[in-house]
Design a protein around this ligand. Structure first.
Ligand SMILES: Cc1cc2nc3c(=O)[nH]c(=O)nc-3n(C[C@H](O)[C@H](O)[C@H](O)COP(=O)(O)O)c2cc1C
Length: 204
């Protein structure tokens, strides 16, 4: 297995509805291909980590690099891994906001406007801290050993990570409705998008 992480710039700012539609595309494709990972978006910048079988991941990253929704793709790392760091996510998602950053110990001097490919490429420590926060709790061998001794704790950690992801996705759905509300009545396509997002939130 390998893991690839990269940075890129959105070709134009992504609306909440566009992000939902991208995440649903990731979910459907990645589940079918045994791909997992995490996607951060903020300040018009993407930071993504993708893991799975080498050929699958290399092919997928090639396809993603040609996607017109973003540009200036910069690969940060491509490495062999034994264990997935994000096994619970077909593609976890976190919107990078000022409030979210202020919650992360070690990132208090880092502002939302610093979330750019240029700054992040030079601040590997920030990328690591962000990844650490959202990495599955049992990826680390030491934590795995502790978890093996305490299945309840492992269960609670996994449930917490999953709820965090669901909350982030639910926030996007509400944001997309607020965005649409400002423009006028909800279009049919948007309504379908929200209904299918709600279906996945309900676990359907
Ligand atoms: C920032 C970004 C991240 C993406 N991540 C994924 C991903 O993890 N999995 C995926 O299948 N497609 C991802 N895509 C979409 C792909 O570029 C491509 O549109 C998609 O894989 C094509 O799917 P299809 O063959 O089902 O049409 C991403 C696109 C962007 C802009």
């Amino acid at each position: 297995m390998i893991q690839i992480s990269y940075l890129s710039k959105a070709s134009s700012p992504m609306s909440a509805a566009q992000l939902i539609s991208l995440l649903q595309q990731c979910h459907a494709n990645n589940t079918a291909r045994g791909v997992t990972g995490m996607l951060f978006y903020g300040n018009g910048t993407f930071l993504q980590v993708i893991e799975g079988e080498a050929t699958t991941v290399d092919e997928l990253v090639g396809k993603i690099a040609r996607d017109p929704r973003h540009e200036d793709i910069r690969i940060l790392s491509r490495k062999a891994i034994e264990h997935r760091e994000h096994p619970d996510w077909s593609m976890g998602f976190e919107q990078v906001t000022a409030e979210g950053l202020s919650d992360v110990a070690g990132l208090r001097d880092f502002s939302e406007s610093d979330f750019t490919p240029d700054v992040l490429a030079a601040r590997k420590d920030v990328v690591e801290t962000l990844m650490d926060r959202f990495r599955a709790p049992h990826w680390d061998p030491l934590v795995r050993e502790l978890d093996a001794k305490d299945k309840v704790l492992e269960h609670l950690r996994t449930a917490l990570a999953r709820q965090r992801g669901r909350a982030s996705f639910a926030t996007l759905v509400i944001e997309s409705l607020a965005e649409a509300g400002r423009k006028g009545p909800l279009g049919e396509e948007h309504q379908r998008l929200c209904e299918s997002a709600l279906k996945s939130l309900r676990g359907g």
